[in-house]
Design a protein. Structure first.
Length: 166
């Protein structure tokens, strides 16, 4: 399955550099992010970027939409199995784990899709907002992942609460 997802990612993203290569660039070669973002490079082109914009957004929505659907279906199957077999306490533990996983997934998907949409349709939005959202997309999911999963531990949850309540 891992090999399938790597191949799927490569197959969907291979056309992007070739689509960018066909453009003529006349704007300043200054990107708004510290990393190369397809939408950012697209905006430097003097040509019509409609095909790139539609392709980039559609693969983003299709890939993440399919992933979201598969994640949702797997959690439905897990919860259906756990709720039919387990005791009340085990059901609560399973729900706790599922909620943590869903929060981690949302922490990744929401900034990613927001960044993609704001670059394509937010022409009047502030460049600062685009830069901020780019860094949120890059930094928040890996930083928040350990916090989301550590909240399941009573000991760590109590220590985190003490830090924020002081």
């Amino acid at each position: 399955m891992g090999l399938f997802f790597v191949l799927r990612s490569v197959a969907l993203n291979i056309p992007l550099p070739f689509l960018l290569k066909r453009f003529r660039y006349c704007r300043a070669n200054v990107l708004s992010h510290s990393y190369c973002l397809h939408q950012d490079v697209m905006k430097l082109a003097c040509s019509d970027i409609t095909v790139n914009s539609i392709y980039g957004l559609s693969i983003k929505l299709l890939a993440e939409g399919l992933d979201s659907l598969l994640i949702f279906l797997s959690y439905v199957m897990i919860l259906k199995t756990v709720l039919s077999v387990a005791s009340h306490m085990e059901c609560l533990r399973a729900l706790n784990t599922c909620v943590s996983h869903l929060c981690a997934v949302l922490l990744f998907y929401i900034p990613d899709i927001s960044l993609s949409v704001i670059h394509r349709f937010g022409n009047s939005s502030s460049p600062f907002l685009q830069i901020l959202l780019g860094y949120v997309y890059l930094l928040v999911p890996p930083l928040m992942n350990p916090i989301v999963y550590s909240l399941k531990s009573k000991h760590l949850r109590a220590r985190i609460m003490r830090v924020f309540i002081k």
